[in-house]
Design a binder for this molecule. Structure first.
Ligand code: FAD
Ligand code: NAD
Length: 470
């Protein structure tokens, strides 16, 4: 082929895994080509983390103003706030544009060659890129590499009997509404269902959530989820647990559901958001030709993020759970540094997870149940935000911080917390685990007053039997 390019590192996918790997590789002087078929920034920046958090902020502000209009509890009186949806969406899109533009600039700064188009794997060292538009010269560009990094991410799972289209939408459409429906049925009470279900409810839409398991956010422990469950109820979100979705109603304006121990019925809904998980994007671009070891649709990697084929690496959602942007980024850095000759392993002490519901939920490391399952004799300390001055002054005293530690040497094993704005504590949780802190390290650290962070210190003190404010 005449238009063949040679490089040391070829990355397929410009999401947080791929673009961060490219930036780090560029910093380390590795000749790098990044191929992206849709938009730099991937799911996270374009149709995931960032747009969802922007809309969560819009919904929170609107809802808070409506609260003031209703009862003026803080002494603020507001009259009938109105939503200009088009402007809210434009604001969200502006943030996405700034961030994705920033990624393009960083890649350029670090001399990464960005090729726009869809990659097709020929073999472990050869990739063809199809031109993005019909107008381009037509022939694919061939890229030859020493190292191939797969970072193609994930895509939403559809229900086989209710494919996406028409009134059935995925998170992508839910993040870019032109108008709001009167009612929304959300299938799946996981991260996406609850984050976006809360957004729509706070913007005035009637929301019903249908979950197959017996509780919302089934991945988290029951105590953590309780405050979120109560808050959703107070917000007027309908929760249908242990309920099966059977299909669309005949007129397409609702869902046929089967609640436990009762008859099938129709739940009216103008739109249906299906959020039952995401699956690794491992099909349709020649990955199977490499015959890699797989775990279902996920590419199996070792603790270096190396696949079963020499010179082929994989990171991010393509490698399965937990599908989180910060995990993908950390894996990307790990791979780039190894290609530069450094000895690296991807063995995090904990990958924090945050669900941006209201209240938020944060976990890092082991829960008390997980510690018990692992046969570890553990103690825990729980500090309620109702006893934290900052939480009170933020008018958000619901929730708690919990620490789990070994009984014998007080090594911290995990943190769990729920509360409004508590996601900002995730960094402290992650650091204490990575630094192998014990309860005394956290308990004897001076925490600024008044902050929600004091609840971290108090949880550690409580586990030691020395809590000061409960
Ligand atoms: P992706 O971000 O999916 O990027 C993969 C890229 O590869 C895409 O741009 C795609 O176009 C490209 N690609 C695929 N195949 C090819 C090909 N053949 N050729 C060229 N390019 C290709 N995570 C968090 O940590 N925090 C959050 O708050 C959060 N919120 C989320 C909210 C929503 C609504 C969703 C959907 C996800 C959210 N996530 C969140 C998850 C997060 O977005 C993903 O974990 C993260 O984007 C994974 O990064 P990645 O690089 O592995 O893949
Ligand atoms: P999820 O795994 O978080 O939740 C899916 C939910 O759907 C589960 O509770 C499951 O029991 C339920 N479910 C599955 N099949 C069902 C059915 N047929 N009927 C009713 N309920 C059903 O998946 P998600 O919410 O789609 O999110 C996908 C991934 O995206 C997450 O795993 C996460 O990694 C990532 N994400 C992260 C964040 C964050 O970090 N804040 C936010 C959004 C998405």
């Amino acid at each position: 082929m005449s238009n063949t390019v040679n490089t040391t590192l070829l990355i397929i996918g410009g999401g947080p895994g791929g673009y961060v790997a490219a930036i780090r590789a560029g910093q380390l002087g590795i000749p790098t080509v990044l191929v992206e078929g849709a938009a730099l920034g991937g799911t996270c920046l374009n149709i995931g983390c960032i747009p969802s958090k922007a809309l969560i902020h819009v919904a929170e502000q609107f809802h808070a103003l409506q609260g003031h209009a209703a009862d003026a509890a803080l002494g603020i009186r507001v009259q009938a706030p109105e939503l200009d949806l088009a402007r809210s969406i434009a604001w969200k899109d502006g943030i996405v544009k700034r961030l994705t533009g920033g990624v393009a600039a960083l890649l350029k700064k670090h001399k990464v060659t960005v090729v726009r188009g869809w990659a097709r794997i020929v073999d472990g060292k050869t990739v063809d890129v199809d031109p993005l538009t019909r107008g381009q010269s037509g022939a694919p560009q061939r890229i030859l590499c020493e190292h191939l990094l797969l970072a193609t991410g994930s895509e939403p799972v559809a229900l086989p009997f209710m494919p996406f289209g028409g009134t059935v939408i995925s998170s992508t459409e839910a993040l870019a509404p032109q108008s709001l429906p009167e009612s929304l049925a959300v299938v799946g009470a996981g991260y996406i269902g609850l984050e976006l279900g809360t957004v729509y409810r706070k913007l005035g839409v009637r929301v019903e959530v249908i979950e197959a398991q017996d509780r919302i956010l089934p991945a988290y422990d029951a105590d953590l989820v309780k405050p979120v469950h109560s808050a959703l109820k107070s917000l007027g979100v309908g929760l249908h647990l242990q309920t099966q979705v059977l299909g669309l109603a005949e007129d397409g304006q609702g869902l046929r559901i089967q609640p436990p121990r009762s008859a099938e019925r129709v739940l009216p809904a103008q739109q249906i958001l299906v959020a039952v998980g995401r699956r690794p994007r491992s099909r349709g671009f020649g990955l199977s030709t490499l015959m890699l070891d797989m775990d279902g649709l996920a590419v199996r990697v070792d603790d270096r993020c190396h696949t079963s084929m020499s010179g082929v690496w994989a990171i991010g959602d393509l490698t399965g759970e937990p599908m989180l942007a910060h995990r993908a980024m950390a894996q990307g850095v790990c791979v780039a540094e190894q290609i530069a000759g450094q000895t690296r392993r991807f063995v995090p002490a904990a990958i924090p997870a945050v669900c941006f519901t209201d209240p938020e939920v944060v976990t890092a490391g082991l829960s008390p149940q997980q510690a018990a399952q692992a046969g570890i004799d553990a103690i825990e300390g729980v500090f309620p935000l109702a006893a934290n001055g900052r939480a009170m002054t933020l008018d958000s005293p619901e929730g708690f911080v919990r620490v789990v530690a070994r009984r014998d040497n007080h090594l911290i094993l995990g943190w769990q917390a729920t509360g409004r704005g508590i996601s900002e504590c995730a960094a402290a949780f992650g650091q204490s685990l990575e630094l192998n802190a014990c309860l005394e390290d956290v308990a004897h650290t001076i925490h600024a007053h008044p902050t929600q962070g004091e609840a971290i210190q108090e949880a550690a003190l409580r586990a030691l039997g020395e809590a000061l404010h409960v």
